[in-house]
Design a binder for this molecule. Structure first.
Ligand SMILES: [Zn+2]
Ligand SMILES: [Zn+2]
Length: 944
């Protein structure tokens, strides 16, 4: 805040005459008035008063406003050369420690610092040990559980970790239950347990405990949901209350949740981290449930419980429930740690200067805006209050060269421009501050400039002054970012590779990543029409240069690498997109290492035609390569001729929730067979694989797990005609106590049904289908799931769609194999005739037909062997379930003892883990074991 005389009631504290250059368009310095007001709330009334203000001297007029919309915290950080995540050093005597009685926050130390002239503090440089040290920040991983029927919070768990310490420093559980014993503070397994039957008392205690833990980061799987539950229906925690203090360090602040947008506000001094949202932003996965994330990132299994299971476990096994809540909170903490989020965010704050909370709560734009404001202040520029070119128009995007689609068995080289857009902006000095106003380039006194390549639909040229005239702000920022990244990577390479250097490596890795991401987001900032400072001339010029470069690269490659110039073959660019081109340097049989050699030569040859720092680099060679369409391809990628290749796919949809695993795996396995790297033709093998899958599907041989489709049950969906809603309805009729509830994920299979039946009519619970031997609808899986993605691949390999269809599915799609084991539907009422256990011939009684009688001892031995093998397999699957899906009990002596679990020997194989990896195999094997035992009985053989 600006200096204000003590006791002053004045709204306007100071008015200074300053010289600044407006950033938009290349223009001269202007004389501006800098108005300082007494508080942030006075900015808006002050602006109103200035609007249309006529001064007696008619030459002075308020015509434009600059930087009046900058949040106070940013203004403060920028004006004092500070930044998010930084260490600040105060000179002795530059501050006063606020006494206990007059503090406005619950922070450990509160300082009063006099700002203004001669302020005696500074941010420590980031490249020093002291400046890059990561403090022992406290992270409270919080998990809340809610009963969906009553909408009451039934429990919570919190695990407190401190940066730099391997083990959690505190673990606590809250449960809405009645204690059998007096509440003791510490239970045997070092977790504090608090019990109450009253939700409000429970939450009150949760708030007090969290406030006492005083975490810097409140880590949750779902932040807005957790805060909503904590704050109750009103969505507000009154300032100073324990719940408010648990989420916020400022005593006078209310924590609020905006009902519609689900935004949490008022968490001053603490950071709310939404794990699910962040992982969804950063990783492309099929399943984002906490259990799936724990398994995927940390390799630690964590069961997912349905609402009904949660209610049941809480009732019958409270100790296991308390333990489960703790495990969930621990899983969040582990994932957060594993993904190095703390380091990455602290480094991003340091690199961009943004406060940490801005990085989590706001989009990309604030990071660039913050750096731009910083650079502007340094060089005497100001940003306009409203963007000058904010019309709702668009500009031409990147170039995509028309792909020469096909299946290439020869090597295809990938050459790409390193940091293309940042390089273009630096090479051509593209910035707001270097852009000439339209027509200025035609005036005789115009300084030295370059004209950017033409764009479609643009009437006048876009010109930028050269760097010798004025160096742009954006190029300066980019140079700084890229130089800093280079330095960070160099330091990273010198780091101690062992445990001793682990923390430093994380810091440096986070830093180089933050620098790269920041550099790449500068171009987008200029093109975001809803952003704080769009300038489509700049964004349009960047893409125009990019398009020109891709075309120039194509031309250069195809002119230079020709037989005429002494090369063995004429090169051909088969595809190009944004910042890369794909080149065929030779026909089938052209050696991989030759292709790599000539690719490297090509990158040097092409780089020479572009201004620095633009550089074309050799990235990899694909062999073979399947180019399906724009932004859709797959290939075996070689980084060098000696490295082992990797299958890479782009734009081939294998990660979609509404597709079952059969499609994902089927497509991947098929591509692996098709794109073999040993030079042999994988086409036949790939087709054979597809036909095998189809045959297995027809004969009901596919593991149900790969056929399951799942979707979470939303509000009002019980009535909708959607497959998962229909299944939820069926399950409710079968057993209301275990049926899926709101928010639960419902899995289903599509079963064989009447010819014209709709998909939702044929949807069924997978376990029910398994237990009742109901056959799947192979046609549905073939036609609606497998066919389209596979045909798209093979139409290129075979030449056309029809040929591909007949090769893959010919002779399969027309014939209908009806699975005869069905006991569902009509089958239930027909008593089947007994069949010979060996040759399946109809018989009247007994176990085998007369012909097979002489083989009886052999048949008996086989049947016994089968039973034993299946029993062994089942016990192994059950053991796997017991290991990964069980809910172990905590000690928690205050709670009533858990009821014993009787899982073994049940008629129905069920698992309480919704994400159980083996449940379908388990149910299938149990089913097979049942039939095998029946056969054994008919043969009159004892199992043991
Ligand atoms: Zn027989
Ligand atoms: Zn299981």
């Amino acid at each position: 805040m600006p200096p204000s005389p003590a006791g002053s009631q004045k709204a306007i504290v100071a008015v200074q005459v300053v010289r600044r250059t407006p950033i938009l368009y290349f223009q001269a310095e202007e004389i501006l008035l800098m108005v300082s007001v007494a508080g942030p709330k006075l900015v808006s009334p002050c602006l109103k008063a200035l609007e249309g203000l006529q001064l007696s001297n008619s030459e002075v007029q308020a015509t434009a406003v600059f930087e009046a919309n900058i949040a106070l915290i940013l203004r403060f950080l920028i004006d004092n050369d500070l930044g998010g995540g930084r260490w600040i050093e105060f000179e002795a005597g530059a501050f006063l420690v606020v006494s206990e009685t007059s503090r406005s926050t619950t922070a450990q130390i509160e300082l009063d610092v006099h700002l203004g002239h001669g302020t005696k503090f500074r941010a420590l440089p980031m490249d020093t040990d002291a400046g890059s040290f990561v403090p022992p920040l406290r992270t409270a991983a919080l998990e809340l559980s809610v009963d969906v029927e009553s909408q009451l919070v039934t429990g919570a768990a919190c695990v407190l970790t401190v940066e730099g310490q391997a083990q959690p420093v505190a673990r606590a559980v809250w449960l809405r239950a009645l204690a059998t014993q007096q509440v003791t503070e510490e239970a045997a397994d070092s977790a504090v347990l608090f019990l109450s039957e009253d939700e409000e008392v429970l939450l009150q205690h949760l708030g007090e405990t969290l406030a006492a833990m005083d975490a810097d980061i409140i880590l949750t799987y779902d932040l807005s949901e957790t805060v909503r539950r904590m704050l109750g229906k009103r969505g507000i925690a009154k300032a100073g209350s324990p719940l408010a203090r648990s989420l916020c360090r400022r005593l006078g602040a209310e924590v609020k949740l905006t009902p519609k947008s689900n935004e949490v506000s008022g968490m001053t001094g603490r950071l709310g981290f939404d794990l699910q949202k962040q992982v969804e932003k950063d990783h492309r996965l099929v399943d984002y449930s906490l259990g799936a994330l724990s398994q995927h990132f940390c390799r630690i299994p964590l069961p997912e419980l349905s609402a009904a299971t949660r209610a049941k476990v809480l009732r019958s096994r409270p100790r296991a429930y308390a333990q489960h809540l703790l495990r969930q909170a621990e899983a969040s903490a582990n994932i957060f740690h594993h993904l190095a989020y703390l380091y990455n965010f602290v480094e991003m704050a340091r690199v961009t200067g943004c406060p940490l909370s801005y990085l989590l709560e706001r989009g990309q734009a604030i990071k660039v805006q913050c750096q731009l404001l910083r650079e502007a202040r340094l060089r005497g520029f100001v940003l306009p209050q409203r963007p000058g070119t904010g019309e709702d128009t668009t500009y031409e995007g990147a170039t995509v060269l028309e792909p020469a689609c096909g299946f290439y068995r020869c090597p295809i080289a990938v050459l790409d421009f390193a940091s293309l857009y940042p390089s273009i902006m630096m090479a051509h000095n593209l910035c707001y501050s270097t852009l000439l106003p339209p027509g200025r380039e035609k005036k005789p006194d115009c300084p030295d400039f370059t004209e950017s390549p033409p764009t479609a639909g643009s009437e006048h040229a876009t010109c930028f002054v050269k760097a010798q005239v004025r160096k742009g702000l954006l190029p300066s920022i980019l140079e700084h970012l890229l130089a800093a990244r280079k330095a960070a990577k160099a330091q990273l390479a010198q780091c101690d590779p062992g445990e001793a250097g682990a923390t430093r490596r994380k810091v440096l890795h986070g830093r180089q990543l933050a620098l790269k991401l920041s550099a790449n987001s500068v171009y987008g900032f200029t093109g975001a029409t809803n952003g704080p400072l769009p300038c489509l001339e700049v964004a349009g010029a960047v893409t125009a240069y990019g398009r020109e470069m891709i075309q120039a690269t194509k031309a250069k490659v195809e002119q230079h690498f020709t037989t005429g110039l002494g090369y063995a073959y004429n090169a051909e660019v088969v595809y190009g997109d944004t910042d890369s081109v794909m080149v065929k340097f030779g026909p089938e049989g052209f050696a991989l290492d030759e292709a790599i050699k000539v690719s490297k030569e090509a990158s040097t040859v092409c780089s020479s035609i572009f201004p620095a720092p633009v550089r074309l680099e050799f990235e990899k060679v694909y062999q073979p390569f399947l180019l399906m369409a724009k932004k859709r391809y797959a290939g075996m990628a070689f980084a060098s001729s000696s490295s082992s290749p990797e299958l890479e796919t782009k734009g081939i949809e294998t990660v979609r929730r509404d597709w079952c695993d059969l499609v994902r795996h089927g497509l991947e396995e098929t591509l692996k067979r098709l794109l073999v790297s040993d030079g042999s033709d994988g086409c036949q093998k790939a087709i054979a694989h597809v036909r095998d899958v189809c045959n297995d599907l027809r004969q009901n041989k596919i593991d149900f797990r790969s056929l399951v489709i799942s979707k979470s049950l939303g509000r009002n969906e019980y009535t909708a005609k959607a497959p998962h809603a229909e299944v939820a309805e069926k399950l409710k009729k079968r057993d209301a106590t275990t049926a899926p509830r709101l928010g639960d994920r419902v899995s289903y299979l599509v079963l064989a049904g009447a010819a014209k039946a709709k998909v939702y009519e044929k949807a069924e619970d997978p376990l029910y289908a398994l237990e009742n031997d109901l056959p799947i609808d192979a046609d549905y899986y073939l036609e609606n799931q497998l066919k389209q993605p596979l045909v798209r691949v093979f139409e290129l390999v075979c030449g056309d769609v029809h040929k591909a269809e007949s090769l893959l599915f010919g002779g399969l799609t027309s014939q209908k194999v009806v699975v005869s084991t069905s006991k569902g539907g009509m089958g239930k009422f027909v008593k089947p005739r007994p069949k010979c256990l060996s040759c399946s011939a109809d018989i009247d009684h007994g176990a085998v037909c007369t012909l097979c009688k002489e083989k009886l001892p052999e048949i008996k031995a086989q049947a016994l062997g089968r039973v034993r093998a299946l029993a062994e397999e089942l016990s192994q699957l059950r053991a796997a379930c017991a290991r990964d899906c069980a809910l172990p009990s905590g000690a928690f002596p205050q709670l009533p003892a858990d009821e014993p679990v009787s899982d073994q020997g049940q008629a129905s194989e069920r698992c309480l883990n919704e994400g159980c990896p083996v449940i379908f195999s388990r149910a299938r094997v149990a089913k097979q074991l049942g039939s095998a035992r029946e056969a054994l009985q008919r043969l009159d053989v004892k199992e043991a």
